[in-house]
Write a protein that binds this ligand. Structure first.
Ligand code: BGC
Length: 734
């Protein structure tokens, strides 16, 4: 067992509030060291150093989990940082996510602002003996010169602060049985982007533009008279007049303040992160953009997917999708990285995960988070809207179709992308518990058999969030019947559990029976003669995508008519994820491309024409005249609408994994060439090798080049004709 379980949680005698607490332990080592290992974690986020050298490269460790059930500790090999004789271990602990400030959470949580540490340093001497230094009452604490820190508000570094006075640490009884070794992908600094240009706004504000919306923080060098306070205000967009705009951050301050000690300094925040493209600098007389570097921070993931084509706007869009992923894969899949949310919104993940698994290898990242989904799952099977569930003290915190469905969708998408049965088996109980819960909620045991499942499991939830049936409306749950959405997703959940059961060789007769019943209810209740009673895109999309229609050709026709009539999409988070796939199913690829290439508001490319470098939360984030939608909910880095990228990759470029032979063991190349996009190139690095598709318009037709890795089987489906491919490069000219 790891020695950390023998250590005590310790804290400062008096709370240091929002100032970082430094924990110190001086010790002497008596002999030559063969190996040494430090295991540690904190209530808060920590940075540890030995003899002044930082240990490891992790940012915001121990990350964010359902702390009261699963609290990660990290283990580092510190052999090289120790010496014979005197040594000192220091650990700074900031607030991080542990002291989350979701209002409901803050009022209930146990010990506000009391940073706590637990750790064990195990030293093995060359003579074979061992020494263990544990967190206990031999430690000291002091106030750090990081005098303020908060995930949302930022950090204040006081370079005038004198070394804080030491006071003994106090052991405290906090649970230890919830400690687990770190899972998942560590958060690290990933890229550096120097300030691109200085903007002096009409109001005279000094702004550094990094040219790219990112998540992370800014490192800068400066020299200013002692006690000068320099502030970097992070923000996403300039307003219509070209001035600094921070209203959409809501209560998140997003500042980095530095109080100068009088000498030149180079600094960066250590216990927080920001979502931004720009910073406003105050407190310095002159601002040189080159003195500021944006450091991009996200969970470690290997890039796997690549896409490019003849249309530059689509290329920029696919870059924006990628940046949306980088910006929101910070230990937990978040909705956005800037305003006072930054939470693990389940729906956003449910919609984006297919795309995510194209861009990057997301196995480690999602594995850890799905364990938290399981840990936070309610007894009745429902999944909280956000995981970790910082809303858990408010009544209505779970039960939204498509959001909760992350329970089934994420495991299945990971299985299709990577083909790992072990993961599916591990995740299956959570999937099943969720679907069983929905079944219980819609089932009427007293009804006649054919009426047993004749109602939606819920008529609540976020609906087709932020849809735009009516352009004059700002946002909301949209017009698609929420009972319809719930019923469609119940069918989808059932289908997924059936498919997973078949893979895992579990019995699924009951689920097949329920699926039949629920599908019948869907048709009776929401359809008439193959058409949806609600002539709304999302209603038709769900019927098509989840195979619910008794006359898919007619439903497809209805969808195509609707899109042609309106000339635009009306969908929100749910519908937009599947709209183009539904058009493909209806045999309307060209219409899908019409929507994809549309640049007027509302459309995917509209934001690109407005200069977006990430995907916006809403179609109307900024109107063509530069006016913003409501500041209450207007993030410029929300990946949900980036979910359409999976269609670009799987249909436009045509690289499709096959469910029955997942992980690209079998590949179906089925591109949809369109003269408006005369060439398309895409590839994905799979466990079996690189899969790629390239095609271009020629004088007489199209020329396709498909690359198949050694261990894969592949077929191409081109204009209705099937071609069997061989490993290596295959060229087909038509
Ligand atoms: C978040 C989301 C989320 C939604 C729920 C928002 O505040 O930012 O993206 O899915 O609430 O409707």
């Amino acid at each position: 067992m790891n020695n950390i379980f023998s250590a005590s949680w310790i804290k400062a005698k008096r709370s240091n509030g929002k100032c970082v607490t430094d924990f110190h332990r001086a010790f002497a080592l008596r002999g030559k060291i063969a190996a040494a290992e430090l295991s540690l974690t904190a209530h808060g986020v920590f940075i540890a150093s030995l003899n002044g050298t930082r240990i490891g490269e992790d940012i915001l460790a121990p990350g964010w989990t359902v702390y009261h059930k699963r609290h990660q500790f990290l283990t580092y090999d510190v052999t090289d940082l120790l010496g014979q004789g005197d040594n000192e271990l220091t650990v700074g602990v900031g607030r991080g996510w542990f002291f989350h400030r979701a209002r409901e959470f803050e009022s209930k949580k146990l010990k506000s602002d009391e940073a706590a540490l637990i750790c064990a340093l195990t030293v093995r001497y060359e003579d074979g003996s061992e020494e263990v230094i544990l967190s206990d009452d031999n430690w000291q604490t002091s106030r750090s010169n990081v005098v303020f820190n908060d995930i949302y508000d930022g950090e204040t570094l006081d370079l005038t602060a004198r070394k804080g006075a030491l006071s003994p640490a106090v052991p405290v009884v906090y649970p230890k049985d919830i400690l687990i070794p770190a899972e998942g992908a560590p958060i690290r600094e990933q890229e550096r982007i120097p300030g691109q240009k200085l903007i002096v706004t009409p109001k005279g504000e000094l702004v550094v533009d990094f040219g790219q919306e990112v998540t992370g923080y800014v490192e800068f060098t400066a020299k200013a008279p002692r006690k000068t306070e320099i502030c970097l205000q992070h923000f996403e967009v300039l307003d219509r007049e070209g001035n600094v705009y921070t209203e959409n951050l809501r209560s998140a301050k997003q500042q980095f303040r530095v109080i100068s000690g009088g000498k030149a300094f180079a600094v960066k925040p250590q216990y927080t992160f920001y979502g931004f493209r720009y910073i406003q600098v105050t407190g310095l007389e002159t601002v040189d953009p080159k003195a500021f570097t944006a450091i991009v921070v996200h969970s470690e993931m290997k890039r796997t997917g690549y896409f490019s084509c003849a249309n530059e706007l689509l290329n920029q869009f696919s870059k924006n999708v990628l940046w949306g992923q980088k910006g929101n894969f910070l230990d937990v899949p978040t909705d956005c990285p800037q305003r006072d949310e930054r939470m693990g919104w389940t729906g956003d993940c449910e919609m984006f995960c297919r795309t995510a698994a194209i861009n990057y290898d997301v196995r480690d990242f999602y594995d850890k988070w799905y364990n938290d989904v399981a840990a936070d799952q309610h007894d009745d099977g429902l999944i909280p809207h956000v995981v970790p569930n910082v809303h858990r003290f408010i009544g209505n915190n779970a039960g939204s179709p498509a959001w909760d469905d992350v329970a089934t969708v994420l495991p299945w998408e990971l299985y299709v992308a990577y083909g790992d049965k072990k993961r599916l088996r591990r995740q299956f109980p959570t999937m099943k518990k969720y679907v069983d819960g929905m079944i219980e909620k819609c089932r009427d045991k007293n009804a006649l058999p054919d009426k047993e499942f004749a109602r939606p499991w819920t008529t609540e939830g976020y609906g087709d969030w932020l849809s735009l049936e009516d352009l004059s409306r700002e946002h909301g749950v949209g017009e698609t019947d929420r009972g319809l959405i719930a019923t469609a997703y119940l069918c989808y959940g059932l289908q997924t559990v059936i498919k997973a059961s078949q893979v895992l060789k579990y019995d699924c007769g009951w689920y097949e029976y329920v699926l039949e019943q629920v599908r019948r209810f869907f048709r009776n209740e929401y359809m008439e003669n193959g058409r949806m009673k609600q002539d709304l895109q999302t209603a038709m999309v769900l019927a098509l995508i989840f195979d619910l229609s008794d006359d898919p050709a007619e439903t497809g026709k209805q969808l195509a008519e609707n899109v042609r009539r309106l000339g635009r999409l009306t969908t929100g988070f749910i519908g937009a994820t599947h709209l183009l796939d539904a058009l493909t199913k209806a045999g309307e690829d060209a219409l899908a491309v019409d929507l994809l290439l549309r640049t007027e508001y509302p459309s995917w490319l509209y934001a690109v024409t407005m200069g977006a470098t990430t995907v916006w939360e809403r179609w109307n984030g900024m109107y063509p005249d530069g006016r913003f939608a409501s500041a209450g909910m207007n993030s410029f880095n929300h990946y949900a609408y980036g979910s359409v990228f999976s269609w670009m990759f799987r249909r436009l470029a045509g690289i499709q994994p096959v469910e029955g032979s997942p992980g690209y063991k079998t590949i179906r190349f089925a591109p949809a060439p369109d003269e408006r996009i005369p060439w398309v190139r895409a590839s994905i690095d799979t466990d079996l090798g690189t899969v790629s598709s390239y095609y271009e318009k020629t004088e007489s037709g199209w020329r396709f080049t498909f690359t198949v890795p050694g261990g894969s089987f592949a077929k191409a489906d081109l204009f209705g004709k099937i071609y069997t491919l061989h490993p290596g490069e295959n060229v087909i000219a038509i």
